[in-house]
Design a protein around this ligand. Structure first.
Ligand code: ARG
Ligand code: ZN
Length: 883
């Protein structure tokens, strides 16, 4: 394993490889601790490469057995092999040759979960970004595309299922060795090494079929642990819906005869789009009403779609280099967002996206780990699978669509597929298709890929009744970020409306200054003033409708105007935002008063507004649930920005919940009873929305009643996991020391204690219980037989949830939890650096804490940084966090 921060890689240093590898044959002899890999590579010197140029392939922790050139085994002085590199100097004059490399690897001791490893005994691979070099020496980079044929040989009993990319060619018994069998797979589509996959083991399967638009019959299969087949049916349904949707919305058909998905229980990320053989974290496959919440169902649908959509945006067109990661990730997130919006409620989905962006990406963009959507340098690529690349990357694609409109956007996407199919492309290629179809200049827009930091747009307004004109003054500012002190103004599409007193948008007779088209202000300068004429009544301006750009908007509106927007805006996202802004102001005031030793005060305007939304049956329940959910403690901390005291924030939030609940208790109770589900459980969006609303009300009511009885009743009667988990959260978080809370935890464990994935919810709910005792509870839970520092889902469920989602418990004032966290990271890091590095990012906003806590964090970070033999992953994060 690499232990020091390695070299820094820079975008400007990109060069194509001197050789191509048009054909790759891999032969695996699978054994638990001694797997032999024979790679037979057809290699061609590229036309521009001078003869005599050495061939230098990547490796990572590899043990070379032998290397042969055109059938002759090479002696020790004709090559240089280290675990990280294979260099061959004496190559045939012709430039075309066959290289055979034999390596030996140990899948059982591979706990990094990168390369070939075993999960519950099943052999599986994860090669993105640089895991393939842990299997064999190769050009392990995305711009080297090759046609793969893979032969897998293994024990028939241990591994009856043998899978790889592409289509099956042949399988059977190995004559020479009793009990062994083999399978051969061929993938006709040239692909980079990061899309290679192999799975071998004993697995249950669910099968289905899909016929594409043009009539291709595709066999679908989802492989899971034996006995869990039923829990893969929803994922299968989501897969078929995704395949149809991509045909209808993007004209993209599937291109092999078979599509396999395998769920494994040890996985660093969500899932992986390997060609024809997606490998998934089982969290994103397994669901049934008793074990999965509505959020789990939505997550499965989204990730299944995401990986499937990568077949075109990622696999058919891949990335030239890892700096272009957002080319496939941002675009594919955009596509899965649109899919979910079409399958569910579009406004509710959009608000969920905005919440995620603000809670995950904004803090990243505003802290020490800020980086552009397309970074220009990295020292560890695994640390760039970030909210910025994924979520902001998706917002950038959405803005392109907003700027040129849906028809031209589709035309541009068609051109992208036509022009770049089979290539490893760049962001410049992507932008150019939209410039070409629209005739517009995207050079300023391209700054979205290069400038880090969340722009702040300030808006002020004036109305001239005599002239019947309304003026909007806008300014933009982008804060400095690491390595980027000054920024240029960006092209920010601000969707807007001017709402008249009757709630209808007013139409100006003419517009002066600035560029305004189809309800969008295109802000392109540091400051712009736009005057709308023919506005005969004073309007309330609604800006950033649909959250049309990933910015912080600071609009000079009165509380009255915000309330008007919350009740009247025709755009649901802006409506929700207005509600949220009103809550936020009350919460910030409350936290400040608490910190200064006063008790919080809440204006009637807030409680009255809540009632108007909560009891409006014309609004869909899921949207009401979102509007009634107060900003989280982390949201409030982020808004505060500095001198953050998590205890004051919690107190303020509890106070507001209490005030709202006591103003509406009776009617909340009536709505709660009314929403009781009568029909059989369905995970569909509409019934899920009712559950969401009911469970928000459960929390308000329980706090008001100061009694666990209602939640205990719901827990006992629940026929689905959403209602059960919501009741459990209320019991543990609000009444954690009472008998009903203890009983509910015990009954949950009794029922689900055999299944670690389901028990993750039990760990999370306890890890996120607010208050000083959380750390002791977490320590105690680590002794639970199901807990393991070895499994990423367990670690994220207990330690990750504690650090990222328990502000008061984690930030206890004596700093003990920071030291605990450092200890955990240092023990995870030697085993699984991707996991330790990812966990540490939860400290990215440490500088905004008040002094005492901030100094505790600083010393915990310093202790990590001063540890020798850190992984390059963790070292990169800790150094940037401290910088
Ligand atoms: N391409 C995968 C996805 O977006 C993510 C894999 C990232 N893996 C990693 N080890 N960094 O679905
Ligand atoms: Zn992806």
């Amino acid at each position: 394993m690499r232990t020091e921060t390695g070299p820094v890689f820079r975008l400007e240093d990109y060069r194509p490889t001197p050789y191509a590898i048009p054909v790759t044959k891999l032969d695996f002899l699978l054994e638990p601790t001694k797997t032999v890999v024979r790679a037979t590579l057809s290699i061609e010197r590229r036309p521009q490469t001078p003869p005599g140029t050495p061939l230098i392939l990547d490796g990572d922790a590899l043990q070379l057995v032998s290397v042969s050139l055109d059938g002759r085994e090479l002696g020790g002085n004709s090559f240089i092999a280290t675990p990280e590199r294979l260099e061959i100097n004496d190559l045939p004059e012709s430039g075309c040759f066959t290289l055979e490399i034999v390596t030996q690897i140990n899948p059982t001791t591979n706990r990094q979960l990168s390369g070939l490893y075993r999960s519950s005994g099943v052999y599986c691979t994860q090669c993105e970004a640089e895991g393939f070099r842990r299997i064999t020496y190769y050009y392990d980079r995305p711009d080297v595309l090759s046609v793969y044929t893979v032969r897998i040989e293994a024990d028939r009993d241990a591994a009856p299922i043998l899978l790889s990319n592409g289509n099956p060619v042949e399988s059977g018994a190995v004559e020479a060795v009793a009990g062994r069998h083999f399978a051969i797979w061929h993938d006709p589509h040239p692909k980079p090494s990061y899309l290679f996959a192999l799975v071998a083991g004993s697995l249950g399967v669910v099968k289905d079929h899909f016929t594409t638009q043009s009539g291709r019959a595709v066999d679908l299969a989802i492989y899971v642990e034996h006995g869990k087949e039923e829990r893969a049916l929803y994922a299968m349904d989501a897969l078929k819906r995704s395949m149809r949707w991509d045909e209808e919305k993007f004209g993209r058909e599937y291109d092999l005869d078979i599509f396999n998905i395998v769920a494994v229980s040890d996985f660093n990320m969500g899932a992986m789009e390997n060609k024809g053989l997606n490998v998934f974290n089982d969290k994103y496959v397994l669901a049934d009403p008793q074990t999965a919440t509505d959020a789990d169902y939505a997550g499965i649908e989204a990730v299944i779609a995401h990986e499937y959509f990568h077949n075109w945006t990622g696999n058919r067109i891949t990335c030239r280099d890892w700096f272009q990661l957002c080319l496939k990730e941002g675009l594919t997130v955009y596509r899965d967002h649109e899919f979910s919006a079409d399958q569910r409620s579009r406004p509710v989905k959009r608000i969920a996206e905005v919440k995620l962006l603000k809670s995950q990406q904004f803090p990243e963009d505003g802290g020490p780990l800020a980086h552009p959507v397309r970074p220009r340098q990295y020292s560890e690529i695994n640390n760039f699978y970030t909210a910025t690349v994924y979520e902001k990357g998706s917002e950038v694609v959405r803005m392109i669509r907003t700027i040129i409109g849906p028809e031209l956007f589709r035309k541009g996407m068609d051109l992208y597929f036509e022009r770049h199919d089979g290539e490893a492309a760049t962001i410049e290629d992507f932008i150019k298709v939209f410039a070409d179809v629209s005739g517009q200049d995207f050079s300023q827009f391209a700054l979205w890929y290069d400038q880090a930091g969340t722009p702040t747009v300030r808006a002020s307004f004036s109305y001239d009744a005599e002239e019947a004109s309304f003026t909007v003054a806008l300014s933009q500012a982008i804060p400095p970020t690491p390595g980027q002190a000054t920024k240029k103004p960006m092209h920010i599409p601000v969707a807007f409306g001017l709402i008249g007193p009757d709630g209808q948008d007013l139409q100006p007779s003419s517009i002066e200054g600035g560029m305004v088209r189809d309800g969008v202000i295109h802000l392109r300068h540091a400051e712009e003033t736009i005057t709308f004429h023919g506005i005969h009544e004073r309007p309330v301006p609604s800006l950033l409708r649909g959250f049309s750009a990933p910015i912080n908007l600071v609009a000079a509106l009165s509380e009255h105007e915000r309330r008007f927007l919350a009740l009247n805006d025709s755009d649901p996202v802006a409506r929700w935002q207005a509600m949220n802004d009103i809550f936020m102001q009350a919460l910030l005031d409350g936290a400040k008063r608490t910190r200064d030793g006063y008790s919080p005060q809440v204006d009637n305007i807030v409680t009255e507004l809540v009632g108007r939304v909560a009891f409006d049956d014309a609004i869909e329940p899921a949207f009401r649930a979102l509007c009634l959910t107060l900003p989280s403690e982390s949201d409030i901390a982020r808004e505060m920005g500095r001198n953050v005291d998590p205890d004051a924030i919690l107190a303020s939030r509890q106070h507001l919940i209490g005030v709202i609940a006591s103003s509406h208790a009776d009617r909340f109770a009536a709505v709660y009873d009314d929403l009781r589900q009568e029909e059989a459980f369905s995970p569909a969006a509409a019934p899920a929305g009712k559950r969401a609303l009911r469970n928000v009300l459960l929390d308000y009511l329980s706090l008001y009643e100061n009694d666990p009885a209602r939640a205990a009743r719901q827990f006992g009667q629940a026929d689905n996991m959403t209602d059960r988990a919501a009741a459990l959260a209320v019991l543990v978080h609000r009444f954690g020391d009472t008998q009903p809370a203890h009983e509910a935890l015990a009954s949950f464990e009794q029922r689900f204690g055999h299944d670690a994935l389901i028990m993750d919810k039990w760990f999370v709910v306890q890890a996120t219980r607010p208050g000083e005792n959380a750390l002791d509870n977490v320590r105690a839970l680590m002794e639970h037989p199901l807990f393991s520092l070895d499994n990423p889902n367990r670690v994220r469920g207990l330690i990750g949830a504690f650090c990222a989602s328990n502000p008061t418990g984690f930030n206890r004032k004596d700093g003990a939890a920071y030291e605990f966290f450092a200890d955990m990271l240092l023990s995870i890091d030697p085993e699984n650096p991707q996991l330790s590095a990812r966990l540490l990012t939860s400290l990215r906003s440490w500088r905004s804490l008040e002094d005492v806590r901030r100094e505790h964090v600083r010393s915990a970070l310093a202790r990590i940084a001063s540890t020798s033999s850190l992984s390059s992953d963790l070292r990169d994060i800790v150094e940037r966090t401290l910088a």
